[in-house]
Ligand binder design. Structure first.
Ligand code: GDP
Ligand code: CA
Length: 312
């Protein structure tokens, strides 16, 4: 049994590799700090990226949304004077309609997600980190911005000074998440190559979650989302720079220091292994850029082997 912590695009790629190797022996705990309501719909960007990716229907160009989408509904929304800034394709809207209706009827996000995953033929368990609402806020010189305002509307252009997760003090990890992390048969926990600040920190920040990880009996490893001093995609590198950190796998190690046993870094960063090992973190140096489905399973297998070595 393996548990993976994931955000959206980067997390989903490794989760997909793990799912191809492990099937129902994998539980993916997904960030919901990006969730918001839009056009009356319950939007869960990271959950849907992981779901579509594991279902094999993700849009390969964007990394989010469904492959082969049409955009009739959103075009008509714009024609009617509604907001068009958040892109939702027609098939994607279908999932949102079903989810929103079921949540409104009182089901929780974990149950709705489990059912959607079953219907899409996903063997792995995809678990929202919480059934409560947590909203990531990005602190900027203009004051706090809701995550989607920062990410989509402002295209991450405004410099960040920090992050906050509104509602997190009153939120709980879902019972399913607690039971996965408490499972004595768990072989490893893996932090996917997701954004440390806005994808992984909301999960780690849930009350009690860090304690569950500290009490674990299995290795905890992470995969660096920073390769050769840049992020593969998204604002992780820009955020690091704006927070005054070195943009490197070493900063990723520093971020997870005290929590992880091992860090997987790219061959491009082999020169950093000594510094990271000196922080008390074992390293695995291997190619970590996932361009193809094979890259995903190869990296996933390397992570499983690394975890097995750390267990010994
Ligand atoms: P988001 O919620 O869609 O932003 O997705 P995540 O937080 O899960 O992933 C974003 C991070 O994934 C970025 O920091 C990227 O650098 C990283 N990433 C994306 N693709 C890859 C990859 O193939 N390899 C590695 N190592 N990192 C990746
Ligand atoms: Ca995200």
């Amino acid at each position: 049994m393996i548990a993976a912590l994931a955000g959206g695009v980067g997390g989903a790629k490794l989760a997909d590799g793990l799912a191809r190797l492990l099937g129902d022996k994998l539980s993916v705990i997904v960030n919901t700090g990006d969730d918001f309501e839009h056009l009356g719909l319950a939007i869960s960007p990271d959950l849907d990226t992981v779901t579509y990716t594991l279902a094999g229907i993700a849009n390969p160009e964007t990394g989010w949304g469904v492959a082969g989408e049409s955009w009739n509904a959103l075009d008509q929304v714009a024609k009617l004077g509604g907001p068009g800034w958040f892109r939702l394709g027609d098939k994607d809207i279908a999932l949102h309609l079903v989810r929103s209706q079921r949540l409104r009827r009182g089901e929780n996000l974990t149950a709705v997600t489990a059912d959607i995953c079953a219907r899409l033929g996903i063997a792995a368990r995809i678990l929202p980190m919480t059934d409560d609402s947590v909203h990531t806020l990005v602190d900027t010189a203009e004051g706090p911005l809701a995550f989607q305002d920062y990410f989509v509307a402002r295209r991450c252009e405004i410099p960040v000074t920090g992050f906050r997760f509104a509602g997190i003090a009153d939120a709980k990890p879902s019972p399913a998440v607690v039971s996965v992390l408490n499972d004595r048969t768990l072989d490893a926990v893996m932090i996917c190559p997701s954004n440390p600040f806005v994808s992984v920190d909301p999960i780690l920040g849930l009350p009690g979650l860090r304690d569950l990880l500290v009490q674990r009996t299995c290795p905890l490893l992470a995969v660096s989302p920073i390769i050769g001093g840049t992020a593969v995609k998204g604002p992780a590198a820009k955020m690091m720079r704006e927070l005054g950190l070195d943009v490197s796998a070493t900063s990723v190690a520093g971020h997870y220091r005290g929590l992880i046993d091992g860090l997987v870094i790219d061959t491009a960063d082999a020169g950093l292994a000594g510094t990271i090992e000196a922080m008390g973190i074992k390293t695995l140096v291997t190619p970590t850029l996932m361009k193809t489905a094979e890259d995903r399973t190869v990296l996933a297998q390397s992570c499983l082997d690394f975890a097995a070595a750390l267990r010994r």
